[in-house]
Design a protein around this ligand. Structure first.
Ligand code: NAD
Length: 276
């Protein structure tokens, strides 16, 4: 089984598939992270706000795989923070994880105040220059947020992590990301199971001998998105990873495309009031 990778415009490479750690209990995060890595996962997505970065880092270090072969992401929650505050937040994440560097650090949400957003982006760029992080990206950014930070700094995020699922396919935002050379990474990729019993999903699952969740995760992969499903159960970690031995046909991809409702499970980034 070959696990696909994606190459950023800055030259670094990331596994396309990984584990998400949102809503994973702090005391379980290390075991789940280690279990996933032993099963073959090489990308672990966390965030300061998830409150489990210590477990994320402990799981990476406790695994039998070299740190250099694991891709570790976190996100700063930096509303109202100064440049120094953001730099300190990056260091705090590293300290919590007991790691020397992160592969990728994201701004978790855009900010109501665009000037604060630019300041935070400049701080991440400096964290990259100083080697605290290898690559820098964003999450939940609309086109106008991207335009602002790129326009002010000339530095293009390598990745934009946004909500994508069969009922929220984000064709326009994926196109905008691609036009900048930015990788789209899908959060809540299973869409809270709302499409599990939709006919295009069940038909593809029956044809391929896979589960609805596997069909949906495969759909993300074939769209070229990175995907980071969460599970706290070992057998589901295995199920979600077992998507590299089959392909959806063009007809199946087209049928899944009809499920788009523009339906978010989370907030619209333009409305989200990010409390510090
Ligand atoms: P997800 O789409 O990964 O779904 C998780 C839910 O699906 C859980 O309830 C889990 O029990 C269930 N599930 C997992 N595998 C399953 C399977 N094979 N069959 C049936 N049910 C299954 O949702 P998520 O955790 O919200 O999103 C994934 C990751 O994306 C998060 O853990 C986090 O890392 C990231 N995320 C980022 C943001 C952001 O603002 N950047 C927001 C939300 C999530």
């Amino acid at each position: 089984m070959t696990q696909p990778t994606l190459t950023f415009h800055d030259g670094h490479t990331m596994p396309q598939f990984g584990l998400g750690l949102w809503q994973v209990d702090r005391d379980k995060a290390a075991d789940i992270t280690r279990d996933a890595i032993e099963q073959g996962y090489r990308l672990i997505d966390g965030a300061w706000i998830y409150g489990n970065e210590d477990g994320q880092g402990a799981g990476v270090s406790a695994s039998s795989v070299d740190r250099a072969d694991i891709f570790v992401t976190s996100k700063v929650w930096s509303n109202g923070m100064s440049h120094d505050d953001v730099r300190n937040a990056v260091q705090a994440s590293l300290d919590k994880m007991k790691l020397d560097y992160l592969d990728l650090m994201l701004l978790h949400w855009p900010f109501q105040d665009a000037d604060v957003m630019v300041t935070a982006w400049k701080a991440l760029i400096d964290a990259r220059k100083d080697g605290q992080v290898r690559s820098v990206g964003v999450s939940n950014f609309h086109a106008h947020h991207l335009d602002r930070i790129i326009g002010d700094t000339g530095v293009v995020p390598v990745l934009n992590q946004i909500e994508v699922s069969p009922r929220l396919q984000q064709a326009e935002m994926r196109r905008v990301n691609a036009s900048h050379g930015i990788i789209t990474q899908s959060w809540t990729p299973l869409g809270q199971g709302r499409s599990f019993d939709a006919e295009p999903i069940t038909a593809a699952a029956a044809r391929a001998g896979k589960t609805p969740a596997q069909v949906i995760l495969r759909w993300h992969i074939q769209m070229g998105c990175s995907v980071i499903p969460r599970s706290t159960k070992s057998e589901r970690l295995a199920e979600n990873f077992d998507i590299f031995d089959f392909e959806l046909t063009e007809q199946e991809m087209d049928a899944i495309a009809t499920l788009d409702q523009g339906e978010r499970t989370g907030p619209d980034p333009d409305q989200f009031d990010m409390k510090a």
